[in-house]
Write a protein that binds this ligand. Structure first.
Ligand code: ADP
Ligand code: MG
Length: 695
């Protein structure tokens, strides 16, 4: 067989008939490549046979011996059969027992040579193996399962791990010594990665001197090569797309001069932090380039992303361009509008707000202003770009708190023939590997610091039964003039119940616990103007305790609030808890975040709450969240653009993803793509990585 063997259907392998081929196909294995790129999920060292006399209880061991005797016993319980065999070597003998596998009588016959592998147990009758794995030595001439480091495969459908082992062995046997390799040799050498042929061989059947621990951590040269290959090919596709759109030009390219710098400085109510200054510089540098900006601004809750975006908007507006500022909820849009309008009140720019609840007549007037260009900055919800609005000269689009959908909205803009600069902002710190995976075409700016004077928030994890202490703390804070949030989870299936408990809690707190203070309720089902009234009253300090479902999650800014109580904290994800905690600690006072849980809680919940009380670094929390939840769930129910992966693991192999991202960008930006790699990207990338849609 030629090197084409990799694309050969499995049916053409020795020992695979049409029937088995159909089974394999159902398990997603069609070609030899499919088979070889499904790596074992763990390895066991059976290269060292233990003398039977050296076995001790609790060992996991392999022994090689002859079957001295065997018999099938039937217990009194009807139909329950136990197969016993005694296996002996030159040092001694040991009993092996298998439950309910009567067919073993026909396989493990006396005098045959056999390898037994399993856990050594001790009971009243002595040492024995219970349900061990076995392999007759006579049909194991190639040592597929025993006397070596043995690979274990995930069972898929009717394809058993054993079957896979044999098939892989057979396929490798027929693989020519030289096979094509998409990885550039230079990169391979520099990163000390194995050649493709050797990597395939050794990732499945490692040489006996390989380190089993290293194998099970997926860090041998062969495994790293396989994982790097997958990540690199994935990143090459992104790098290529980024490269290809880099020739797109935007219709208006802003300029920046001293006059504009002065105009921007004039609206600044405070001194920027070094992190903010750096972010502004990176954004403005992008805006001055002829190609549209596509940048993600990451910064923890309260890091001060809004002002950074507003400065970018000033640059656009000073150049005669319009800016659109979009937020995920009407509350947030209203808050942005309020802040921005205040900051720009002395400027000559007109700021308007347009949301789903803007009355029809007003909407039409606004449309006209936007079309004529008399509206310089329009604030709204994410629907803004989807609506039938014609802009006069749209230069910048800022999308707040919606990193994921930002990508879709950018596509919507392009579909309308608009190519403005796009700035996405997120306070959900995205673990680096996911950023590299999901947004690898984006440029990323980070605000790593916080505005000065922030006091860290003290975090308490308390059982629900200690509620009274919490009320005491809230009372002290209220008496000192502060305000409190109490958050209820809103789980979709039980939305009504949760709403009911939030409502009852608000009533109870008002009537019985804090009659001297004003308690109000905020939830997603309220009409917009009712929500706005409550939020405004809370911001103005007229409401002291805000009982809310998670609608306040993102972005709300009330510096006087110093207590955040999260009810049923065990139900919230780590990133969400972090967001909620970010609502407090925004003023000059010490703040408290109280995570109330209701037993029983899961191990995961315990881990999450522990992580919350041990760190306040959003990026560290995001990494932990990713570890706990896995990449598929990280973005919750939002759609996500995670690739289908065969060998790599986004959590385990993050360092390799870093390398792959860097190498792919360097290669594509440096000398572009040609030959096999170009063909791969154009013809096979989509098929191989097609994005997983979650939710
Ligand atoms: P986020 O990054 O979460 O969107 P905001 O932009 O809402 O944060 O900013 C949080 C608060 O910090 C706001 O009240 C804002 O006015 C204030 N702020 C932002 N940057 C600074 C700074 N450099 N110095 C002082 N206060 C700042
Ligand atoms: Mg914000």
């Amino acid at each position: 067989m030629s090197s084409d063997i990799l694309t050969t259907p499995l049916q053409f392998l020795k020992g695979v008939g049409p029937r088995k081929a159909a089974d394999l196909k159902r398990a997603g294995l069609v070609t030899v490549e499919d088979l070889l790129y499904r790596l074992p999920f763990r390895y066991e060292d059976r290269s060292h046979m233990q003398p039977i006399a050296s076995l001790r209880p609790g060992m996991r061991a392999a022994v090689l011996g002859d079957i001295k005797s065997a018999h099938l016993a039937v217990t009194r319980r009807r139909g329950f059969k136990i197969f016993h065999a005694v296996v002996g070597d030159t040092s001694g003998a040991i009993r092996c027992t298998w439950m309910n596998q009567p067919f073993l009588t026909d396989i493990l016959r006396p005098h045959l040579a056999v390898v037994i592998f399993g856990d050594v147990k001790l009971d009243s009758t002595g040492l024995h193996f219970m349900n061990p794995e076995y392999e007759l030595v006579s049909d194991d001439l190639e040592g597929v399962r025993t006397a070596r480091i043995v690979p274990f495969y995930e069972k898929t459908g009717t394809v058993t791990p054993n079957m896979q082992r044999r098939l892989v062995w057979g396929a490798l046997d027929q693989l020519p010594s030289a096979i094509p390799d998409l990885l550039p040799a230079e990169i391979r050498t520099r990163l000390h990665l194995a050649a493709r042929r050797a990597a395939l061989e050794e990732a499945h059947f490692p040489p006996n001197e390989a380190n089993v621990e290293e194998l099970n951590a997926f860090r041998t040269r062969a495994q790293r090569r396989m994982i790097f290959e997958e990540f690199f090919l994935f990143q090459i596709g992104h790098a290529w797309r980024r490269h290809a759109t880099s020739t797109e030009l935007k219709p208006y390219v802003p300029k920046v001069d001293d006059r504009i710098r002065a105009a921007a400085a004039k609206i600044l109510p405070f001194k920027l932090t070094p992190g903010q200054r750096q972010a502004v510089k990176e954004i403005v540098d992008d805006m001055r380039l002829p190609k549209p900006m596509h940048r993600l601004l990451q910064g923890d809750v309260g890091a001060g992303k809004t002002i950074v975006a507003l400065l970018a908007a000033i640059v656009a507006m000073e150049n005669g361009l319009q800016a659109a500022f979009m937020a995920p909820t009407e509350i947030l849009a209203a808050q942005h509008y309020g802040n921005i309008a205040r900051l720009l009140s002395q400027s000559r720019f007109r700021v308007d707000m347009l949301t789903g609840s803007t009355p029809g007549l007003k909407k039409h007037t606004l449309y006209a202003h936007i079309e004529r260009g008399t509206t310089n900055l329009i604030v709204g919800t994410h629907a803004l770009v989807q609506e039938a609005i014609t802009f006069h000269k749209l230069g910048l689009v800022v999308i707040d708190e919606q990193h994921r959908f930002g990508v879709a909205q950018r596509a919507a803009l392009r579909a309308k023939g608009l190519r403005p600069d796009v700035l996405l902002m997120t306070a959900t710190p995205i673990p680096r590997t996911l950023a590299l995976t999901d947004y690898s075409e984006l440029d990323v700016s980070k605000i790593p610091d916080m505005p000065p004077g922030r006091k860290p928030v003290r975090t308490w994890v308390k059982p629900e039964s200690r509620r009274d202490e919490i009320y005491q703390l809230i009372r002290e804070q209220l008496d000192a003039g502060r305000q409190t949030y109490i958050i209820y989870p809103l789980v979709e299936e039980s939305e009504k119940i949760d709403l009911k408990s939030a409502t009852e809690m608000a009533d109870h707190l008002q009537a019985e616990v804090f009659p001297a203070y004003r308690v109000a309720l905020l939830h997603g089902r309220m009409k917009q103007d009712a929500k706005d009234r409550v939020m405004h009253a809370f911001a103005a300090g007229q409401i002291h305790i805000l009982v809310s479902t998670t609608v306040v999650e993102v972005g709300v800014d009330v510096a006087n609030a110093s207590v955040m109580v999260v009810e049923h904290a065990e139900r919230f994800g780590l990133s969400q808890l972090h967001q909620l905690r970010g609502r407090v600690g925004r003023g000059e006072w010490e703040s408290h975040c109280i995570l109330l849980y209701q037993a029983p809680w899961t191990d995961d919940a315990r881990e999450r709450l522990k992580a919350m009380s041990s760190t306040s670094d959003g990026f560290a929390i995001a990494e932990r969240d990713l570890e706990l939840r896995g990449p598929g769930d990280f973005f919750g129910t939002r759609q996500s653009g995670l690739p289908k992966l065969r060998t790599g693991d986004l959590v385990r192999d993050r360092d390799i993803m870093e390398d792959a991202h860097r190498e792919a960008r360097t290669l594509v930006d440096g000398r572009g793509l040609s030959g096999d790699l170009l063909e791969f990207v154009q013809r096979r990338w989509q098929d191989q990585f097609g994005l997983i849609e979650v939710g």
